[in-house]
Design a protein around this ligand. Structure first.
Ligand SMILES: Nc1ncnc2c1ncn2[C@@H]1O[C@H](COP(=O)(O)OP(=O)(O)OP(=O)(O)O)[C@@H](O)[C@H]1O
Ligand code: SF4
Ligand SMILES: [Mg+2]
Length: 336
């Protein structure tokens, strides 16, 4: 399989009155053609900023300090703003975290979806209209001729999310980035949107990066999962490895907090205690040390290296050092 994207050791910071916020601290993620990968982690772990770095859409106080982002071999970090404009929308489509702020309330859905096609000026008005109707149909919006004349407020949350997908896909990008595409939706609609993305991935042979704080969301869609914490990827591997052979204590915590429909969720849902690290003064050692039941002295003093667990699976945890005690995820007794 051929790689579409290679994010290599990206560091992104924001200058604020309080100091430098080190939001992304050396993230590396690979993506193959036609593959879906997940980025999972709790609020503030740097998921969105990693993708905003890729899209070169950082706020004005943000800066890429280090690293490269190879997309089809081209380093996006080095491209001019004009060159990036050509890539955004055309080669890489993005669904942003908040659909209501991404849709313009005073423009019809049809006008918003067709905007990039009109901007490129390569199609006649009737061709654009046909393309928009086809796309609305593809994302499962019925009566597209009627619906394209309506405004965002006339759509339900789930339908708005379908519109967002149609907007991101209208130029047939090679890569779709979806930032929390289902968080605001109820469980049934959530499942429908994920099914739609899976279906579109096959139909359009597209690669997908999906961001979520819920491991359950990526289980069916993604072949590989990257778990982020405190601005770094703490564990990365094939989805089945992450679900059945997770290595990092933070991933164990995430797995414990997935609701299990077969069990009494009130009893089984165990949130991870504590708060994430302050990225103004990131810890020198493992970012999870303050909250980890297995933390050792070395964890506070030194950043763990990435230990290979199996092919294509690594974990940044000192427990994999040959001198560390042998533990497994049930050792704290809370899971029994
Ligand atoms: N413009 C900014 N100025 C200063 N800090 C920022 C800015 N944008 C983001 N950050 C900080 O960068 C860190 C990472 O943010 P990011 O949005 O990537 O988190 P996330 O993992 O996407 O979280 P969530 O699940 O809440 O969306 C956070 O600490 C955030 O406060
Ligand atoms: S490196 Fe140490 S603190 Fe970090 S997750 Fe592993 S055991 Fe816990
Ligand atoms: Mg985010």
């Amino acid at each position: 399989m051929e790689k579409l994207l290679q994010i290599n050791n990206i560091h992104t910071s924001f200058q604020t009155h309080a100091g430098e916020v080190q939001a992304v601290r050396g993230v590396s993620i690979d993506l193959y053609k036609g593959e879906a990968v997940g980025i999972v982690g709790e609020s503030g772990s740097g998921k969105s900023i990693t993708m905003m770095t890729l899209m070169r859409l950082l706020d004005s106080n943000g800066e890429i300090k280090e690293g490269e982002i190879l997309f089809e071999g081209k380093d996006l970090v080095k491209l001019s703003e004009k060159e990036m404009e050509g890539i955004r929308g055309n080669d890489i489509g993005m669904i942003f975290q908040d659909p209501m702020t991404s849709l313009n309330p005073v423009l019809t859905i049809g006008d918003q979806i067709s905007e990039p096609l009109i901007k490129h000026g390569k199609m006649s008005r009737s061709e654009v209209r046909k393309k928009v109707i086809d796309m609305l149909e593809l994302v499962g919006i019925s009566s597209p001729e009627k619906r394209m004349k309506q405004y965002p407020h006339e759509f339900s949350g789930g339908m708005r999310q379908r519109v967002m997908i149609a907007m991101a896909l209208i130029c047939q990008p090679k890569l779709l980035i979806a930032d929390e595409p289902t968080t605001a939706l109820d469980v049934t609609i959530q499942a429908q949107i994920l099914e739609l993305m899976k279906d579109l991935k096959e139909k359009l042979n597209m690669s997908i990066i999906i961001i979520t704080h819920d491991l359950g969301v990526v289980a069916n869609l993604c072949t590989r999962i990257n778990v982020m914490y405190g601005g770094i990827v703490v564990e990365s591997g094939k989805a089945r490895e992450i679900f059945y052979n997770a290595n990092h204590p933070y991933t164990w915590g995430l797995l414990r907090s997935i609701p299990n429909p077969k069990l009494d969720t009130k009893e089984r849902l165990i949130p991870i205690q504590g708060t994430p690290p302050d990225l103004l003064k990131p810890p020198v050692g493992c970012p999870f040390a303050e909250r980890c039941d297995w933390a050792m002295k070395i964890c506070f003093d030194n950043m763990p290296e990435n230990y290979n667990i199996s092919e294509d699976h690594y974990s940044a945890c000192w427990l994999n050092h040959p001198d560390a005690p042998k533990v497994n995820r049930n050792d704290d007794g809370r899971d029994n």
